[in-house]
Write a protein that binds this ligand. Structure first.
Ligand SMILES: [Fe+2]
Ligand SMILES: [Fe+2]
Length: 139
């Protein structure tokens, strides 16, 4: 089944406040590409998006390592794939139009990243909640 690109909503939350805040920030950055045509601003936002994505992926990996998450290697592979796609978009961004950049951001964040959250990130939540490391909800 083909999934549509998804905008941020409570439905995307996994229930870990720090992680949800980071995910939402990436969706907010992606949303800011819509309907703007200023090249400098688009490029600055793209760099900010890639930087923040890398920060989030790194912090998530540190968290998962700290709980000895059994599927960490597979999760890191998914992140490596995402980093690679972001790098390719950054490289291509000088050769493509602003509309094309916005389209690719949407595919990456509202498509790929959304599905990663719902499938892979949601999968580690029980393991994080089982460990008292300060990421769990309700504190
Ligand atoms: Fe992840
Ligand atoms: Fe994540």
């Amino acid at each position: 089944m083909e999934c549509k690109n998804t905008v941020w909503s409570e439905f995307v939350e996994v229930g870990l406040p720090v992680i949800d805040m980071q995910h939402k920030r990436l969706f907010d950055l992606a949303a800011s590409f819509r309907g703007q045509g200023d090249q400098i601003r688009v490029m600055k936002t793209l760099v900010a998006l890639c930087d923040y994505a890398n920060t989030h992926l790194r912090e998530e990996e540190v968290m998962l390592r700290s709980i000895d998450y059994p599927a960490l290697a597979e999760h890191k592979q998914q992140h490596a794939h995402f980093r690679q796609m972001l790098r390719e978009l950054l490289e291509d961004s000088r050769k493509i139009t602003l509309d094309q950049i916005a389209e690719r951001v949407e595919v990456l964040i509202n498509g790929w990243f959304y599905q990663h959250i719902m499938k892979d990130d949601a999968g580690y939540v029980p393991a994080v909640n089982a460990c008292d490391i300060g990421f769990a909800a309700g504190r």
